[in-house]
Design a protein around this ligand. Structure first.
Ligand SMILES: Nc1ncnc2c1ncn2[C@@H]1O[C@H](COP(=O)(O)OP(=O)(O)OP(=O)(O)O)[C@@H](O)[C@H]1O
Ligand SMILES: [Mg+2]
Length: 483
């Protein structure tokens, strides 16, 4: 591994240099070969699982690693906490992948840091494996996401509501800069740090921005907003509910980060929430766009002092960007939904079809993923078409008529739908079944499951096994923050 670390070169206030705490008996449980190849990790190392277990538990540092815990703040469920930071994570450093892109390589569950507060710095095995599965699925679904390179069992127990096996998960991200990182310095009034952080973020993620002065900050904010819109619309396409869209879990890169209490929606309902701590449904499926807008308003607020010393003037410059969010989000959302229906344009007629279909799906508790698959299959299969006519009534014929009137050939509609609508998603009950096998130290189905999830737009031999929603529709399913 060839490290090339830049974050450590920022001022000391950005991080605490701190080594991971060694674990008793590290054992490599999951290794992501294709990601490792993208990172140019040498085959000799990849074949040495004992050494991988040492490196990716934090017991031994690879040459060039300079572990730090990053400082950040964040709004958690709407309440500002000025001091969060990596309380159980160590950024080992940065690598350049085979696309020439700089990425962070970080351990999570690797021991306490100055930011741990009351926490033990550790992670349980279940949430670590869950993050691995969910992020692999999201990457293959085409959703921007951080990814996992490894999960190492620690051989130690972590104490939550019960004793659990511990693990360290290695995460690869284009960076770990969060909205909360900006809030941390802004809240302290450390404008030098805020300015160098913004410059660092632009260089790392938005190097196309060439403007100067306050316009540079505004262009940066706009670029982050676009990435958030793209992200949340991608989540909506596949039925992903992040579950904890706090500003410390909102990456400036626009990647999905922190899979703690995330879940997938089965039957379509805007109010779907699975997280046990989200009592007011703040982060429900249908709220994610609004929350992303709220989070972007917090980023805008944090950046105000860099835009103008006069707060009112700065607000006047950023407000239009936040106001335009909804319109831009709606446009991106309807374009994505149009594609789910095989339509290239999202004109008023298509928007009406989308709205009506979503109402029908919610009223009838139809499975989100499988309904779009059935619609696509129905284009040249009468059995599916007849079933949908019964389920969706006049809507079905209206959709077929629209395709004809817009001169959309059936095969091009079908091809677009096949690319847009996954056959398989990481359904909660399937994920939990694999996690239970790990907990009980049984042989697991994870390899078969990952193979299917890594090819979600094609039917493989065992795809069908993972396509059905659970019999109870996950009505009792609850997720927990991944500690
Ligand atoms: N077991 C723990 N020990 C110490 N700090 C913790 C622990 N669990 C969570 N934290 C800290 O609490 C805050 C919120 O945690 P949250 O669950 O959002 O993040 P995380 O899953 O730890 O990390 P990330 O956002 O990097 O995926 C973070 O500052 C995190 O470091
Ligand atoms: Mg987090």
């Amino acid at each position: 591994m060839k490290f090339s670390n830049t974050y450590n070169q920022l001022d000391a206030v950005f991080f605490q240099p701190v080594a991971p705490t060694p674990v008793r008996q590290p054992e490599l449980l999951l290794w992501n070969t294709s990601l490792a190849n993208e990172l140019n990790i040498a085959p000799e190392l990849q074949n040495n699982s004992a050494l991988l277990a040492q490196y990716f538990s934090g017991n031994q540092l690879p040459v060039g690693a300079e572990p730090i815990a990053q400082a950040y703040a964040g709004h958690q469920f709407g309440h500002f906490n000025p001091q969060l930071g990596d309380g159980r994570a160590h950024l080992l450093g940065e690598l350049i992948n085979n696309n020439g892109q700089r990425v962070d390589i970080a351990l999570k569950g690797s021991g306490p840091t100055a930011f741990s507060r009351q926490g033990d710095g550790r992670c349980a095995l279940g949430p670590a494996v869950r993050e691995f599965i969910m992020s692999e699925a999201m990457a293959a679904l085409g959703v921007p996401t951080t990814r996992c390179l490894a999960v190492v069992k620690t051989g130690e127990l972590v104490f939550r509501e019960q004793a659990k096996m511990g693990a360290v998960v290695t995460r690869i991200a284009t960076s770990h800069l969060r909205v909360g990182t900006f809030q941390y310095f802004s809240a302290q009034g450390n404008l030098d740090a805020l300015a160098s952080l913004t410059e660092y973020a632009i260089n790392r993620h938005y190097s196309e921005i060439t403007s100067i002065g306050s316009q540079r900050i505004i262009d940066f904010l706009q670029a982050v907003i676009y990435k958030q819109i793209t992200l949340v619309v991608a989540w909506s396409r596949v039925g992903f509910i992040h579950g904890v869209m706090n500003t410390d879990n909102t990456a400036i890169s626009g990647e999905t980060i922190d899979f703690g209490p995330c879940a997938m929606m089965n039957h379509y309902h805007l109010g779907t929430v699975f997280s046990s701590i989200d009592r007011n449904s703040r982060y429900a499926f249908g709220n994610q766009g609004r929350i992303a807008q709220w989070n972007m308003a917090r980023l805008a607020e944090a950046l105000l002092p860099l835009i103008n010393e006069d707060q009112a003037q700065a607000v006047a410059l950023v407000e239009p960007l936040i106001m335009k969010f909804s319109e831009q989000y709606q446009a991106a959302f309807y374009q994505m939904m149009a594609n789910k229906l095989g339509c290239t344009d999202s004109n008023d007629a298509v928007k009406a079809l989308v709205d009506q279909l979503l109402i029908l799906m919610q009223e009838q508790a139809l499975d989100y993923t499988n309904t779009f698959i059935a619609l696509q299959l129905s284009l040249d299969d009468d059995t599916h078409a007849n079933k949908l006519k019964t389920q969706l009534g006049d809507w079905y014929q209206a959709w077929r008529d629209y395709l004809v009137s817009s001169s959309t050939a059936t095969d091009s509609a079908s091809a677009l739908m096949t690319r847009t609508n996954p056959l398989v998603i990481p359904r909660n009950h399937n994920v939990e079944a694999v996690l239970a096998q790990f907990e009980q130290q049984q042989t697991t189905d994870i390899n078969e499951f990952l193979t299917i999830l890594r090819d979600p737009y094609h039917a493989l031999d065992s795809t069908a096994k993972y396509q059905l929603p659970p019999s109870d529709g996950d009505s009792h399913y609850r997720t927990f923050c991944g500690t």
